[in-house]
Ligand binder design. Sequence first.
Ligand code: 13P
Length: 339
Amino acid sequence: MATELHETARAIVADHKGILAADESTGTIKKRLDSIGVESTEENRRFYRQLLFTAPGMEDAIGGVILYDETVRQATDDGTPFPEVLAAKGVIPGIKVDTGAHDQAAFPGEKVTEGLDGLRPRLEEYRTLGARFAKWRAVITIGDGIPTSGCIAANAHALARYAALCQEAGLVPIVEPEVLMDADNTIERCYEVTAWTLHATFAELDAQRVDLRGTLLKPNMVVSGKGCPEQAPAERIAELTVDCFLRHVPAAVPGIVFLSGGQSEVEATENLNAINRIGGPWPLSFSYGRALQASALQAWGGDASNAEAAQAAFAHRAAMNSLAVAGEWTAEREQPVAA
Ligand code: 13P
């Protein structure tokens, strides 16, 4: 089992590939569909995910796709379950298993992620449905007097218990401690909080006997808060991100897959490229939701006749991010191929 976990983790990020996060909960996907004026029916959600998963060429840049509980049970028009469609293309199916970040009792303004109760049988079922990896997202908020050590400890503990259960079930846990970029903090403050969070998370993973070689880390980049008047450029983001991870992430981790967290599509690619120009002992890749889907959603707009254009938009973003993993992306590569 250990070897299979190691191989799965390595395969997801092999050959400069990354992950498509298509695991938006029913509430989150409704927001995305609302933004293009499309009603969030089960059929529209299925159609949109089908479009992404069957996009020609996506498998050249995407090694894994994170699904949601509804999505892992859905199928293409011809009745083939999504996990099978992905696996046939050599793309490894994964599943979001946390049940969301909820207000943490006694910690105003902070959240703790739930979903441990009953997790063992749920993981077993997801594996029978074809999932080979899982995701759990912890949320750390920067603000006045927060985060607290109580919040960081509770989230790190939950992440580690989730990770141990995943490995028992034969699923690679993606460990996602996300420091939000929504506040007005400086990049230095983001560095400090990210370092603290990573340190606590890896201490708990060790304490809960998680095999790091069978995990992937999904962190935020070290960036300026959205509301900070001084926005650090890509080179500074890269320098501080790699420095922070060199200090706090063991080299045994087989891959770091960044979340986009509200960065624009091109920003997320440019920053990832700058990070890979420096590099580290791990593959430094992507597990983007919004930064892989924004153009595709716009191009689709809920009209089936735009499906091919939407697929091309998604495949383009995936390819740009794979170039960024190689450190070979340039702004010129963004130009559409001559018509
Ligand atoms: P974003 O890249 O849109 O932040 O989503 C990634 C994700 O899966 C967050 O949990």
